[in-house]
Design a protein around this ligand. Structure first.
Ligand code: FAD
Ligand code: HEM
Length: 391
């Protein structure tokens, strides 16, 4: 809980700090990577630094956390913390790195705010930082304790690589040593470490899709402007060994019998495949409405696999939206006014951010409760910053 001393200071300064985030974050990261270049090798995504998304997400989430504490003095924004903790755990982040971020973040805040960064202001924001850090550290410890192995990463060997529609490579791995395997919950992802051109390792997250017991399978969409997926597409081959993390992620199948709506676009099919497979394994009789949007029928990744899973569920159906061609159920972008969403349904979405925003606002503006809408974003979650109440 925020102290009585800190509360009015945070109230008075949160708008200023929020406004200065875009100026504070570049300095914070410049200082941190200047002092600790090793953090760019195997921990931070270099591209998310270049695009500025991750620095904004990290610093912005602290302001969002402070705002939450002002409005809800007795609780924490659990879903926001959980998403961050799972991401951290998938990178093997350890408690002893928290002072590093504190030191460089607060040096940048001090430099940016100048005289406005009085000792009282710094003390109040320090309190917020450590409240959040300790909440994250506690969650991360619980996540690590739940893994089958203490090692955050283990070597896995590529046993198959196939190309599918939509410029997607499907890759299967088997363990390359005897490290105990942590079972994945349906919907979870792993981080893979890939050595890039200048020799550093870059981690990226990929959702686990259905695979035989004891193996891991991922579907990787080529981003021609990206650093890692072109290497996975062009260079990764059967027999190669890569380090994969234990599985993490909190957008998993919830234990409930309410109807389920799965809305995906493009490579956003991956968590849906995992959720559908779990429902098939449980012989679920839940009503499941699978909605998929894509450019056309051949760019839909793993379409046959998705259709086959839907066909195995007694109360599931699928509807498609294609921008091109007439072989979908609907033409153009996904439009949920064309679908009858059961009032008690959980809605799970995955796809590019504009798709998620459009679909979420269609669902919520139709009167569906916002807390029954769940999503996975394939990048730093800048949505976290838009008022934690909303998520
Ligand atoms: P990056 O190097 O990360 O680049 C991304 C973008 O950054 C580029 O398109 C470009 O716009 C910009 N950029 C990069 N370098 C520069 C530069 N030098 N200058 C200017 N701009 C630049 N992906 C899947 O395909 N399948 C999945 O199942 C999947 N699951 C995911 C699950 C989670 C939880 C998360 C967080 C992500 C998931 N992703 C998935 C996305 C994946 O992790 C990668 O982000 C994605 O594949 C792009 O990686 P990349 O290294 O090729 O691109
Ligand atoms: C990711 C917040 C501490 C390393 C993130 C994200 C947020 C965040 C919001 C993005 C999550 C997402 O949407 O995917 C915080 C906060 C911290 C903290 C509030 C302290 C209170 C740290 C520390 C380190 C670290 C100490 C390591 C030195 C990372 C990395 C990522 C990440 C590597 C993924 C980045 C990427 O892929 O670009 N963190 N973090 N974080 N964080 Fe933290």
């Amino acid at each position: 809980m925020l102290s009585e001393k800190a509360r009015p200071i945070i109230e008075a300064t949160a708008p200023v700090v929020a406004e200065r985030i875009p100026y504070i974050t570049p300095e914070f990261y410049k200082g941190m990577f200047g002092a600790r270049p090793d953090l760019m090798d195997g921990m931070f995504s270099r591209s998310n630094q270049i695009t500025g998304e991750q620095p904004k997400a990290l610093a912005g989430s602290i302001v969002a956390f402070a705002t939450w504490l002002l409005q809800h003095p007795d609780s924490y924004p659990e879903s926001v913390l959980s998403r961050i903790a799972h991401k951290h755990a998938s990178l093997g982040l350890q408690e002893d790195e928290y002072p590093t971020v504190y030191q460089h973040l607060f040096a940048a805040i001090g430099a940016d705010l100048g005289d406005a960064a009085t000792p009282e202001v710094v003390e109040a924001w320090t309190e917020v930082y450590w409240l959040m850090a300790h909440a994250l550290i506690a969650m991360e410890k619980t996540l690590y304790a739940g893994a089958a192995s203490d090692l955050p990463f283990a070597p896995w060997r590529v046993t198959a690589k196939e190309m599918t529609g939509g410029d997607v490579a499907v890759i299967t791995f088997e363990p390359a040593d005897g490290t105990p395997i942590t079972d994945a919950k349906p919907g979870q992802y792993i981080s893979i470490e890939v050595k890039v051109k200048d020799g550093i390792r870059q981690p990226r997250q990929f959702t686990l899709i259905p695979s035989k017991a004891g193996t891991r399978r991922i579907a990787v969409k080529l981003d021609p402007a990206g650093e890692v997926t072109p290497l996975i597409h062009e260079q990764l081959k059967v027999g190669d060994v890569y380090d994969l993390s234990n599985p993490y992620g909190d957008m998993v199948l919830r234990e409930t019998r309410v109807p389920l709506v799965l809305a995906s676009a493009g490579i956003g099919v991956t968590p849906m495949l995992a959720l559908l497979e779990a429902l098939v394994e449980r012989e679920s009789e839940r009503e499941v409405i699978v909605l998929h949007a894509d450019r056309n029928s051949s760019s839909w990744p793993l379409a046959d696999e998705m259709k086959a899973l839907v066909a195995k569920l007694p109360n599931a159906r699928i509807e498609t939206w294609f921008e091109e061609g007439d072989d979908g159920d609907h033409k153009g972008y996904m439009d949920l006014s064309q679908v009858n969403i059961p009032a008690d349904a959980n809605v799970v979405m995955c796809g590019p951010l504009p798709f998620l925003k459009a679909v979420r606002s269609q669902v919520v503006s139709s009167g569906h409760p916002a807390e029954k809408v769940f999503y996975e974003i394939f990048g730093p979650d800048l949505w976290l910053l838009q008022g934690t109440d909303e998520n």
